[in-house]
Design a protein around this ligand. Structure first.
Ligand code: ADP
Ligand code: GLC
Length: 502
């Protein structure tokens, strides 16, 4: 199959979170299965043009009642096989993307012109296909910034030039939907009838993700449990009704992890490789981690690691919230060391800095660092991830394969990937709690700590069980192929009841 991935992020070019990892890894895994994959991204300011190849000429993109002129660059996705490389195409427009930030910058987290920028990007995806003379079988869009791709396909592009093409839309995070004033609808160049029939309308606003969810031939999210949760009012972010309505076309496919990058047997960022058979390298990583953070080197004190965006989704309020967060009492009452790497909301960054001055056994680095994130995964005994909601989550899977036991909330993809420790059988791969409260976090960390000291054998068995899990992308990529096939079997008449009229 010829598959086009439309995304606002893909490693190593642009990343704010797991979306970037997932898009690139899925693309490489599909190429390995023999499919022809091209990824389309915006050319953000941070992506150096000098490292890309420019296609000759310019490209016109019909948006905002006129035409925006852009350039197209290309590069091979790193990690591609020589035989069937994944090509990445970058849409370059100085006005829309020649600035710092992907969606925004500190102080302006959501650029005012985002609906215009991403409407342009989504329309540009089709122009890239025309420019390179390539007709995909599947347009696969990711999250709200690319959600207009299925909409444009159905309302205009399919009848014009892509009669056989189908679309899939993946929800990586339902909390971000691209909701803007409906004045912005003008930028799509679509007629106002489509505003209603394609599902843009949202309490008199325009919702870009909702339109994609109405229109795409197939939908999925990144874990089976999150697919179920998002169809309930508690987790549906007001779109649970839409997802229930589309439930026949909506599934959950668990993300994999990049096992070349995240593998304790060949990780260049840790002092010594290790495996389930010989964990001595893990002890060395623990020492290196304690030294790196300036903590006393104590092999018998459990280290709890965190690597996270510091945002509400990740449950950081319940850990670091002033006066009520659990970090203070965990670090005071228990003989543990807590280390964190992360960045995000200013209140949380400040609180973490303040706590790390006041607590001898809590150290944090505010910022972003690949190397440190690998060292934390390898050197910690436990990994804390108390997410409010978690579509999939990658870090708990990294933890498992590094023999680091996750302490997680029983939600979303965390529930699909971690098995709670059963004291009777001694089985499990981590520690779970249901309620997102500081006391539940405190109690569960206490439970993990007690297991570390009193049931060492069970703990080692759990580590090994985690390390043996297979989170490779191959399995997930095959499920995506099934999803594409299912979209393609829908007869073109069923698919386009409206197209003929447009
Ligand atoms: P989300 O995408 O919601 O942030 P995921 O668990 O899916 O959550 O993915 C997060 C990704 O971002 C992981 O690859 C994680 O290692 C990485 N990450 C997050 N914060 C940092 C940081 N401060 N430094 C390095 N890597 C980070
Ligand atoms: C989102 C989700 C995260 C998921 C990632 C990749 O950022 O928050 O849970 O793992 O996308 O799909």
């Amino acid at each position: 199959m010829k598959i086009l991935m439309a995304s606002s992020e893909a490693v190593p070019f642009a990343k704010t979170g797991g979306l970037a990892d997932a898009v690139s890894a899925l693309s490489l895994a599909l190429a390995k299965l023999g499919h022809e994959i091209k990824v389309v991204l915006p050319r953000y300011y941070s992506i150096n043009r000098a490292e890309l190849t420019k296609l000759p000429g310019e490209m016109g993109v019909p948006v905002s009642g006129g035409e925006a002129w852009s350039a197209v660059y290309t590069a091979e996705l790193p990690g591609s096989a020589k035989k069937n490389p994944v090509e990445v195409y970058f849409i370059d427009h100085e006005g829309f993307f020649g600035r710092d930030g992907i969606y925004g910058v500190p102080g302006e987290p959501d650029f005012l012109d985002n609906p215009r920028r991403f409407a342009f990007f989504c329309r540009g995806v089709f122009q890239v296909c025309r420019k390179i003379g390539w007709t995909p079988d599947v347009f696969h869009a990711h999250d709200w910034p690319a959600a207009l791709v299925p909409v444009f396909l159905k309302y205009g592009e399919r009848p014009r030039d892509f009669p056989q093409a189908v679309s899939a839309l993946t929800i990586h995070n339902l909390g971000y939907q691209g909701v803007y004033s409906k004045e912005n609808f003008y930028h799509t160049n679509l007629g106002w009838d489509v505003f209603y029939s394609a599902g843009f309308e949202d309490w008199n606003m325009m919702n870009m993700l909702k339109a994609g969810l109405y229109t795409a031939d197939k939908l999925n999210t990144v874990s089976p449990n999150y697919a179920r949760e998002t169809q309930t009012q508690a987790h549906g972010f007001r779109l649970d009704g839409v997802l229930r309505y589309r439930s026949g076309d909506y599934t959950g496919i668990l993300n994999g992890i990049d096992t070349d990058l995240w593998n304790p047997q060949k990780d260049p960022y840790i002092p010594e490789p290790y495996s389930a058979k010989d964990l001595s390298g893990k002890a060395k990583a623990k020492t290196a981690l304690q030294e790196w953070f300036g903590l006393p080197v104590k092999p018998d004190v459990p280290v709890i690691g965190m690597v996270t965006r510091l945002v509400e989704q990740k449950g950081v309020g319940e850990v670091f919230g002033p006066a009520y967060g659990s970090a203070w009492s965990i670090c005071n009452d228990m003989d543990v060391q807590l280390v964190l790497l992360g960045s995000g909301e200013p209140w949380c960054e400040n609180e973490i800095k303040s706590l790390s001055y006041r607590l001898a056994n809590f150290k944090a680095h505010i910022g972003y660092s690949e190397k440190e994130s690998h060292l934390i995964e390898a050197g910690s005994d436990f990994f804390l991830m108390p997410s409010r909601y978690e579509p999939c989550g990658l870090n708990q899977m990294y933890s498992l394969v590094y023999g680091t036991l996750p302490i997680v909330r029983n939600t979303g993809g965390l529930a699909d990937t971690v098995q709670n420790f059963n004291e009777k059988t001694g089985k499990g791969t981590g520690f779970m709690f249901d309620d997102l409260t500081p006391s539940a976090i405190y109690n569960t960390v206490g439970w993990a700590n007690a297991t570390y000291h009193n049931r060492r054998k069970d703990l080692e068995t759990m580590r090994v069980a985690g390390m043996k899990q297979n989170f490779s992308w191959k399995k997930s990529a095959e499920l995506y192929v099934d999803l594409y096939e299912a979209a393609r079997t829908v007869s073109s008449e069923d698919r386009n009841p409206d197209d003929a009229r447009r």
